[in-house]
Design a protein around this ligand. Structure first.
Ligand SMILES: NC(=O)c1ccc[n+]([C@@H]2O[C@H](COP(=O)([O-])OP(=O)(O)OC[C@H]3O[C@@H](n4cnc5c(N)ncnc54)[C@H](OP(=O)(O)O)[C@@H]3O)[C@@H](O)[C@H]2O)c1
Length: 299
C-alpha cells in the first residue's frame, strides 16, 4: 500500500477527477510559496523548500498545485529536484495562460505560441513527458472577467490530443466560461479564489459538485492577506485548533468536491495544515463561521 493510500482517511477522504483514473486525497499542497519573496527567484533556503515537498508526499499528499510562472521556473525546478522520479499516483497540476514581466507583475500569456511554449517549459522543468492536469488561467487574480476563452482552450485541447496533457481544468472563470469550455473539451477541475471569508463562488461550487467536477480554491488561507477574524479565533479556541486549521477544515466540510491546496514554505505550517483534515467542526460552530462569508452558503 502506498503512503498516499494509507493517508486516505487522514487527508480528508478522496476525490476522483471526473472521467479519469486520478483519485487524490482531498488535502493537497500548493507550491507557490516555495519561490523567493513576491514569488520571484529562488527561495532564501532551498533545503527548507525541498523538505516541505518531501514531507508533504511522505505524509500522503498526492496532489500538488504549481505553475511555471512561480519563480518563474523556480518552483517547478524545486519540485523536480525534491520529488523526481515521482511516486505512482502523484498528481501534479499546473497552469498555462500567464507569465511574469520583468517588474514581477503577472500578465496574460494566452497566444497560441505562448501556450505551446509554456507547456514545454512545464514539461522540461518538471521532468515529465506528459502533464497530468493543466488549468487554463484567464481573468484576473481577484476574480474572473466574462468573455470567450474558446481560442486559448482550443490550443490546450490540441496539446491534449497530441498527448502532452492528460486532463484540462480552468482557473479564474465564470459559470458561463465553464459552459463554453465544455463545448470544446472535458473539464475536470476549476480553480478560483474562495475561502471562508470570500464566498462569491458558493453557487458555482454547488453546481460543480452536481457535475462531479473538482473545485480547488486558491488563497484558502487568504493568500497574501492571511485570514483574520474573531469567529475563527473563537472556533479555534473551542476546538483546540488554530484559526488556519479551522479555515481549512471549514473548506473540507463545505462540499465533497472541494480539494485543498494550502501553500506554505514551512514544515511546521505544513504539519498544522495537514492535521486540519481530521478536524470535525460541529454544526453549531459551522453556522457561526458561515456568518464570516460575503454570501450565504446555498445548499
Ligand atoms: N490560479 C491562480 O490564479 C492562483 C493564484 C494564487 C495561488 N494559486 C495556488 O493556490 C495555492 C494556495 O495559495 P497561496 O499559497 O497563495 O495562499 P494560502 O494557501 O491562502 O496562504 C498562504 C500563506 O499562508 C501562510 N500559511 C500557510 N499555512 C499557515 C499556517 N498553518 N499558519 C499561519 N500561516 C500559514 C503562508 O506562509 P508560510 O510560508 O510562512 O507558511 C503564506 O503566507 C498556491 O500555492 C498556488 O498553487 C493559484
Amino acid at each position: 500500500m502506498t503512503k498516499q493510500m494509507a493517508a486516505r482517511d487522514t487527508l480528508g477522504g478522496t476525490f476522483t477527477l471526473p472521467g479519469t483514473s486520478m483519485t487524490v486525497n482531498r488535502m493537497g499542497y500548493g507550491a507557490m510559496q516555495l519561490a523567493g519573496p513576491q514569488v520571484w527567484g529562488p527561495p532564501r533556503d532551498i533545503e527548507a523548500a525541498i523538505a516541505v515537498l518531501r514531507e508533504a508526499v511522505e505524509s500522503g499528499v498526492d496532489h500538488i498545485d504549481t505553475s511555471d510562472f512561480y519563480g518563474p521556473h523556480v518552483t517547478n525546478q524545486i519540485i523536480r529536484q525534491a520529488l523526481h522520479p515521482y511516486s505512482d499516483g502523484l498528481v501534479i497540476v499546473t497552469k498555462l495562460g500567464a507569465r511574469r514581466a520583468q517588474d514581477k507583475s503577472w500578465i496574460h500569456a494566452l497566444s497560441r505560441q505562448e501556450l505551446i511554449d509554456g507547456a514545454h517549459d512545464n514539461l522540461r522543468n518538471l521532468g515529465l513527458d506528459t502533464l497530468d492536469v493543466v488549468n487554463l488561467r484567464v481573468g484576473g487574480i481577484m476574480g474572473p472577467t466574462e468573455g470567450s476563452i474558446a481560442e486559448p482552450l482550443t490550443v490546450l485541447a490540441e496539446l491534449k490530443q497530441q498527448g502532452l496533457i492528460r486532463h484540462l481544468g480552468l482557473s479564474n472563470v465564470t459559470p458561463a466560461q465553464l459552459a463554453e469550455a465544455q463545448q470544446i473539451t472535458d473539464i475536470v477541475c476549476v480553480q478560483n479564489l474562495y475561502n471562508i471569508a470570500h464566498r462569491t463562488d458558493d453557487a458555482f461550487i454547488n453546481d460543480l459538485a452536481q457535475q462531479g467536477i473538482a473545485y480547488v480554491p486558491f488563497f484558502p488561507l487568504g493568500g497574501f492577506t492571511p485570514l483574520q477574524s474573531s469567529a475563527l479565533d473563537r472556533a479555534a479556541a473551542s476546538l483546540n485548533a488554530t484559526p488556519m486549521q479551522i479555515a481549512l477544515a471549514w473548506l473540507i466540510q463545505r462540499s465533497p468536491n472541494i480539494l485543498l491546496i494550502p501553500g506554505t514554505s514551512s514544515v511546521e505550517h505544513l504539519r498544522e495544515n495537514l492535521k486540519a483534515a481530521t478536524l470535525q467542526i460541529p454544526p453549531e460552530t459551522i453556522v457561526q463561521l458561515n456568518a464570516m462569508g460575503e454570501s450565504p452558503v446555498q445548499e
